[in-house]
Design a protein around this ligand. Structure first.
Ligand code: FAD
Length: 407
């Protein structure tokens, strides 16, 4: 596959060789994982990186790149081939997420929602009819999905949602509001959650639904203006007597909270990989700049202060990757991976913010300019500490699992 044509030489194209040139941390990975990394890296460098700045500046959804991602099998990577997907394991998904996100975290966000938050719960909780109908469209035919859990009054405390769904004949009738819904502006379906038993306490009595976005009564209210991942849409939605067929349930009635939380476990491994990609991009840009920029008659890489920053970044990038692979391995082994996913996300997202901040510092004044890539990395990194559970919530999740395991 040749992605070199059309790649304008720019600051946004990686110029240093892979940090992972020899891939010392890829021991034990299958040949298909290495080939996958190579394929996605070529796409990321040749097609994605040259446009990332442009899409970010314009705050524009990267339609052409998303279309190419379907062609490369990156939008439903873990969906079995029988349903039109890539049939990859979680480690393969993490590798692809790292590569895409080091080029453009907006594209990585769009990819992660479709893979982790939409295809995955349909695969795990959907009926055979739902899988046969929806997964091929989502994995290969250009359908985009969204995941709407958050409401104006319930974020971390998702169980406090107020949206409702009641049965009216052969239909569910939804009312309520959802905010911060990634991909919703461009999506064909939304997986959303509503209270089906208003008397049930907190997270009980919640049901998951699959809602086509052309359903009357589903309103796309507005796109939010954001600090980072500006080429993604973050949409506020309202349900107003929105009627969907009775069979559009995902999983069982009143058991939707389990769908929501288990989906986020998988999503967190994806966001950890996104954070790793951002951190690696920050490190690679810093390493290159440190060897080019001269002050006081020598490259700034000769100063120990800069060397230590680079050494810390390289160490932590490798550590984050190992945590992510460990979580992915536990998931692929069919065991519960709630703790491992939260640990990987907590560490990697913290690293993404730290490494991108240090990258801006290494670039000095130039790092503060929008013409240089590290400025975007710093803005994009922050979201990884917030969505799919804030860092505070990751600590809550980890501690809860630790105390459970000790019993
Ligand atoms: C760009 C973007 C995209 C998003 N995409 C989606 C999406 O596609 N779908 C979706 O459903 N949601 C999405 N979200 C929402 C996101 O998941 C929430 O913003 C996040 O879960 C935090 O919720 P909140 O914003 O209401 O903050 P709050 O829950 O109000 O938290 C505020 C602060 O209090 C802290 N806090 C809260 N509870 C605790 C606690 N128990 N212990 C310690 N600290 C606590 C938090 O960590 C945070 O620092 C997105 C958000 C953004 C910004």
């Amino acid at each position: 596959m040749d992605f070199s044509s059309g790649s304008s030489a720019s600051l946004y194209t990686r110029k240093v060789p892979f940090v992972l040139g020899g891939l010392p941390l890829e021991f034990g990975l299958a040949k298909e994982h290495r080939l996958l990394r190579q394929m996605v890296a070529e796409f990321a460098d040749g097609k994605v990186a040259p446009k990332a700045h442009e899409y970010d500046e314009a705050e524009e959804f990267p339609k052409d790149l998303v279309e190419m991602m379907y062609g490369l099998g990156l939008m439903g990577m873990m969906v079995p081939e029988a349903y039109g997907g890539g049939g990859m394991d979680t480690i393969g998904y993490c590798i692809a997420m790292e590569e895409i996100n080091r080029a453009d975290a907006s594209l990585g966000t769009i990819m992660s929602v479709n893979n982790s938050l939409v295809c995955d719960p349909i695969l795990r909780y959907g009926t055979e009819e739902q899988k046969e109908e929806l997964l091929p469209k989502l994995a290969q035919d250009g359908w985009l999905g969204a995941y709407a859990l958050t409401e104006p009054w319930s974020g971390s405390d998702a169980g406090a949602m107020r949206s409702t769904a009641r049965l009216g004949g052969d239909e569910w009738v939804l009312n309520g509001q959802k905010i911060f819904v990634t991909n919703a502006w461009h999506s064909q379906i939304i997986i959303s959650y509503a209270k089906t038993d208003p008397k049930a306490p907190r997270s009980k009595g919640i049901t998951a639904f699959i809602i086509p976005t052309d359903t009357p009564g589903l309103h796309k209210i507005r796109k939010e203006k954001k600090m980072g991942i500006r080429a993604t849409d973050t949409t506020a939605l309202a349900f107003e007597e929105c009627r969907i067929p009775k069979e559009n349930l995902l999983g069982k009635v009143d058991e939707g909270f389990k769908v929501a939380l288990s989906t986020l476990d998988g999503g967190r491994i994806g966001i950890a990989s996104q954070a790793l990609g951002i951190a690696r991009a920050a490190y690679e840009a810093s390493l290159q700049y440190a060897q080019e920029r001269e002050q006081f008659g020598q490259t700034i890489g000769q100063f120990q202060a800069i060397q230590w920053k680079l050494a810390d970044m390289a160490t932590e990038v490798d550590a984050a990757r190992l945590l992510i692979y460990s979580a992915a391995y536990v998931r692929d082994s069919g065991r519960r991976y709630t703790k491992e996913a939260a640990i990987a996300k907590l560490f990697a997202s913290d690293l993404a913010v730290r490494a991108s901040r240090e990258a801006v510092q290494i670039y000095g004044g130039y790092g503060y300019l929008r013409d240089f890539p590290v400025e975007r990395l710093y803005r994009d990194a922050k979201i990884t500490e917030i969505y799919e559970g804030t860092s505070e919530i990751q600590r809550v999740v980890i501690a809860r699992q630790l105390l459970r395991e000790d019993r």
